[in-house]
Design a protein around this ligand. Structure first.
Ligand SMILES: Nc1ncnc2c1ncn2[C@@H]1O[C@H](COP(=O)(O)OP(=O)(O)OP(=O)(O)O)[C@@H](O)[C@H]1O
Ligand SMILES: [Mg+2]
Length: 258
């Protein structure tokens, strides 16, 4: 059986006892899980458990275009967020746009699994750099191949909602802070490239930037275009609060500053 075969019922029945036990701790819905994750990913979850990085997976937080997110609990009873990139269904075209021209990606990387792994690695790295640059992002905790573990944003009952779903009491404050995050990212030579109210969590009245896998280095040929789009998305969203940002001015201020 090939290692990337999906967890079909037939495959599940053939699992040895140890793997069955791992599954019992990480999987709440075997049907869905089997459709989404391959054998290697399941074994990696087992390794995260035996290495005591996590104790169990709690429930799904989201199913996105290329990754599934779960809340998990550590042996110390802390919550973490797990982002598992699907090795089987990743949309390559989307990813190629960001990887091509990024000097941080090794050239000549063809294998799909390698690319997905590099992608997860890049997201982890971006989280580290951004955190150091005082951009509020979830703290990166651990990466194992296509699995990324980071700080969970939310409380025991629910994950933090997206900016798009939260009415703001002090919109100007949030707007200003987001603009300062864009500036700090830029100073760290990074453009988020998918910044929008869909990739910002609101927790305890503070914005957290998430989903930084596709963020690009300033050397990327489209970085300026991505930056303009990021600024546009935020400015546009805040017009509902009667905040009228001048996109062109914001862009120039950012890019001409030393
Ligand atoms: N650290 C976190 N803490 C709590 N919830 C999170 C965290 N990271 C992500 N989420 C939840 O999971 C969702 C998807 O995360 P993310 O945007 O990183 O993945 P994605 O695969 O790019 O998803 P999409 O394709 O929907 O953009 C988020 O919208 C958010 O609801
Ligand atoms: Mg997202």
């Amino acid at each position: 059986m090939s290692s990337d075969e999906l967890l079909t019922d037939k495959w599940l029945k053939k699992l040895d006892r140890q793997s069955q036990e791992i599954l019992d701790r990480v999987v709440f819905d075997r049907g869905t899980f089997g459709e989404v994750f391959d054998r290697q990913t399941i074994l990696r979850l087992g390794k995260l458990i035996s290495d005591k990085i996590i104790d169990q997976m709690d429930f799904p937080l989201s199913t996105g275009k290329e990754a599934n997110l779960f809340r998990a609990t550590t042996p110390e009873h802390e919550f973490v967020a797990m982002k598992i990139y699907r090795t089987s269904t990743m949309t390559f075209k989307h990813i190629a746009t960001y990887i091509d021209g990024d000097p941080r990606f090794k050239s000549g990387m063809k294998n799909r699994r390698d690319i997905i792994e590099e992608w997860a690695k890049k997201e982890f790295k971006n989280l580290e750099v951004l955190r150091r640059s005082k951009v509020r992002v979830p703290a990166p905790i651990k990466r194992l191949h296509n699995i990324l573990i980071m700080e969970y944003i939310g409380d025991a009952n629910q994950a933090a909602p997206l900016l798009k779903d939260v009415p703001l009491k002090h919109p100007q404050k949030i707007y200003d802070e987001l603009m300062s995050f864009i500036a700090r990212m830029y100073a760290a030579q990074i453009v988020h490239a998918d910044l929008s109210p869909y990739n910002i969590l609101m927790f305890q009245h503070k914005p957290y930037i998430i989903d930084v896998g596709q963020a690009v280095h300033l050397d990327h040929p489209s970085s300026q275009e991505f930056l303009k789009r990021d600024i546009h998305n935020i400015v546009q969203y805040f017009t509902r609060y009667d905040i009228r940002g001048d996109e062109q001015h914001l862009y120039e201020k950012l890019t001409t500053k030393k």
